[in-house]
Design a protein around this ligand. Structure first.
Ligand code: SF4
Length: 334
């Protein structure tokens, strides 16, 4: 599959005139470059730019450098991440910062194989960092980039081997030698011009070489995989006098592991549970999963196994927003 010779030049030209000013886009010589890029890449996973911006700025107020972060602990980092969700990212980011400071002299390794050994860094982030920090000729393939290439070729995403496509067009794609900018430009172009629902073809600088634009038989948008829907029972042990609830870090749910939750079990049974008071049903989404929740409670001053009491009003420990929603739901119990 052949991409036009002047594609990177056109996209970079558009980027130079239209890029957003974002706080992690610091100058190439800035000593903050690695830290800002790492923080933004972790925060931007599954999350939109406008949601990330206030969290990014606030995080820097508390931890202005990789070194200051590396001296911190999980509780403080999770507290700053509170509300952003996907908390595993916060843990991985802290672990990565500690490894970089201790083992790599606060630098990013030069080889992709070593970058991918860092916690929470997969193929996409490793390639993005390789371009941003070391200005290496590479492309970080995310949903935006796949969509842009797929439209330019007017070929369905699932019929394209993107690694092969880049390899066979590398001479032209990396001709400009602005490798860091090109990775950024492709993502920005996908986010602002070649948008998922309504590509802005009328003002697109690439339309003269875009087969989607020219074709009478345009490819359809790739269907999004629907998140799995599952049913869960949640059991709230409530100490009525002390206004406390029992939470545990032990669950085998496959999400929010190592976070404080009330005891919770997946279920297919629709019948109500004996010896428990049914409180309510509600829906929630976590990490691309849709949860149908049945909320149960009982008053008890006896702490269940592997649990701790927590105040229903406020705690020093980090409590995920999912658990806080449960606090809110049961706030009407007397
Ligand atoms: S012309 Fe339209 S479809 Fe083609 S790259 Fe531009 S915005 Fe995307």
């Amino acid at each position: 599959m052949h991409l036009q010779n002047n594609l990177s030049k056109k996209i970079l030209g558009w980027y130079d005139n239209n890029r957003r000013i974002l706080p992690w886009r610091v100058s190439k010589k800035s000593t903050k470059k690695l830290y800002y890029r790492l923080l933004s890449e972790f925060m931007l996973q599954q999350t939109q730019v406008k949601t990330v911006l206030p969290y990014f700025k606030n995080f820097l107020l508390h931890f202005p450098s990789l070194e200051s972060l590396s001296r911190s602990n999980e509780r403080k980092v999770l507290k700053l991440w509170e509300g952003l969700g996907y908390y595993r990212r916060a843990r991985n980011f802290l672990a990565t910062a500690k490894i970089l400071v201790k083992e790599h002299n606060s630098k990013l390794p030069k080889k992709i194989i070593d970058i991918k050994k860092l916690p929470g860094i997969g193929d996409y982030t490793a390639n993005a960092l390789l371009a941003f920090i070391h200005d290496q000729p590479t492309i970080a393939i995310d949903g935006n980039v796949k969509r842009v290439f797929s439209r330019i070729l007017n070929k369905n995403e699932n019929k394209i081997d993107f690694n092969k496509l880049i390899e066979s067009n590398k001479k032209s794609l990396f001709k400009t030698k602005r490798h860091s900018d090109f990775v950024e430009a492709l993502m920005e172009f996908g986010a602002l011009i070649c948008k998922p629902k309504e590509p802005q073809c009328f003002k697109c600088d690439v339309k003269s070489i875009c087969r989607y634009f020219k074709s009478n038989k345009k490819i359809k948008r790739a269907k999004r995989i629907q998140p799995q829907e599952k049913n869960y029972n949640i059991f709230c042990y409530i100490d009525k006098i002390k206004k406390k609830i029992a939470l545990t870090k032990k669950n085998d749910l496959g999400f929010l592991d190592k976070f404080y939750l009330p005891p919770m079990k997946e279920t297919n049974i629709k019948n109500k549970i004996k010896n428990w008071n049914f409180h309510s049903k509600f829906k929630n989404s976590i990490s691309n999963k849709k949860l149908n929740i049945n909320l149960y409670y009982k008053f008890s001053s006896k702490l269940p196994l592997q649990s701790q009491w927590f105040s229903l009003k406020g705690n020093k420990e980090f409590i995920p927003s999912f658990t806080k929603k449960i606090f809110k739901q049961i706030s009407d119990i007397n």
